[in-house]
Design a protein around this ligand. Structure first.
Ligand SMILES: Cc1cc2nc3c(=O)[nH]c(=O)nc-3n(C[C@H](O)[C@H](O)[C@H](O)COP(=O)(O)OP(=O)(O)OC[C@H]3O[C@@H](n4cnc5c(N)ncnc54)[C@H](O)[C@@H]3O)c2cc1C
Ligand code: FES
Length: 301
């Protein structure tokens, strides 16, 4: 194989860093066993892109790492933020780490989201622990100057949101009346966000976040729809619903998949999923070929 061919078939080589002495900066607890972890991992922070993730050791006693999305990255300060919800023993152990403790971080991993300048009205849809990559993508778009990016971030959760809800002052025309609760972090950046839940949370849309997305899309005329691109991360049924909504309104959609991961660096093929490519169906590794894929490629109609 030529050098060029090797680079094409293994594009992740040389871009994933092992930071064995990453130091915990802070760990904040939220209701519903949710945590925001800030960890000093400068090389991961410098190379992270929206949609990429890190593979973390949760404790020295636990050999298997856990894949977690990067929610924010500050290259200058050298930290990354991660939002997670305890599922089993790994994340339980991670939640017990305190500032100053050290963990091993492998990252950043994966092919993230690719927004297109001809569609600057970005619709970001995050469900549960699919919220973090949407925050990263929103912050990234806010900093880009190559188009008039206007992100609208819609988030769904059936447990309390891992932030204090507040009424938004950033306009979001087309969002149903009364749906005013937002994420303060995004609000502070001047980015419109709205929340959805079947729970009884004030100011939230009562229903699925993808139905809120459909309601907003319904309010747009054809010309404006032509400028919209959708990005989604969350549980598989939510991604399937997002793909259907995108197809109904004729807009492109990128989805971030979750799979059980062993190595997370493309070596074991344990995370392979069937994806439709221009050459026909193929098996792709979620860790390094994804986790972001075109919605039509993973959920063909
Ligand atoms: C690309 C990617 C990004 C993710 N981002 C986040 C995030 O930002 N926040 C968050 O809370 N969760 C995220 N997850 C899910 C998270 O990795 C699992 O919830 C976590 O590994 C569970 O570990 P545990 O020890 O607590 O649970 P256990 O159930 O004890 O885990 C047992 C094993 O299963 C694996 N595993 C369990 N659930 C999953 C899963 N859904 N996906 C992949 N491996 C799993 C673990 O790695 C471990 O090897 C992400 C998963 C992937 C693949
Ligand atoms: S987890 Fe090993 S190839 Fe993806």
């Amino acid at each position: 194989m030529t050098h060029a061919a090797a680079a094409v078939s293994r594009p992740h080589r040389g871009t994933i860093f092992l930071e064995d002495d990453a130091t915990i900066v802070s760990q904040e607890a939220f209701p519903g066993d949710q945590f925001i972890l800030r960890v000093n991992a400068p090389r991961t922070a410098a190379a992270a892109t929206p949609g990429s993730f890190a593979h973390l050791t949760c404790d020295a006693e636990l050999p298997m790492r856990r894949p977690l999305s990067i929610m924010r990255a500050d290259a200058a300060a050298g930290w990354v933020d991660i939002l997670y919800k305890i599922v089993g023993p790994g994340l339980k152990l991670l939640s017990q780490k305190r500032p100053g403790d050290r963990i091993s971080v492998l990252g950043p991993i994966g092919k993230g989201f690719t927004p297109h300048t001809e569609r600057p009205r970005t619709l970001l849809v995050g469900g549960g622990v699919g919220i973090p990559p949407m925050v990263f993508l929103a912050e990234h778009l806010r900093e880009r100057t190559d188009a008039k990016w206007t992100p609208l971030v819609l988030m769904g959760s059936e447990i309390p949101f891992p932030f204090r809800l507040k009424p938004s002052t950033v306009l979001a025309p087309g969002i149903p009346d009364g749906v005013i609760a937002c994420m303060p972090l995004l609000e502070g950046w001047g980015i419109a966000s709205r929340l959805a839940s079947f729970g009884d949370f004030p100011g939230c849309y009562h229903g699925y976040v993808t139905d809120l997305a459909a309601d907003w899309l319904k309010s747009l005329d054809k010309e404006v729809l032509g400028e919209v691109e959708m990005f989604a991360c969350g549980p598989t049924p939510m991604l399937q619903a997002a793909a259907k909504v995108a197809s109904r309104f004729g807009i492109p959609c990128q989805v971030s998949l979750e799979e059980f991961m062993a190595c997370a660096v493309g070596g074991c093929a344990g995370c392979a999923v069937r994806v439709m490519t221009p050459e026909g169906p193929a098996m792709k590794r979620v860790c390094v070929d994804g986790p972001v894929f075109d919605a039509r490629a993973v959920f063909p109609e």
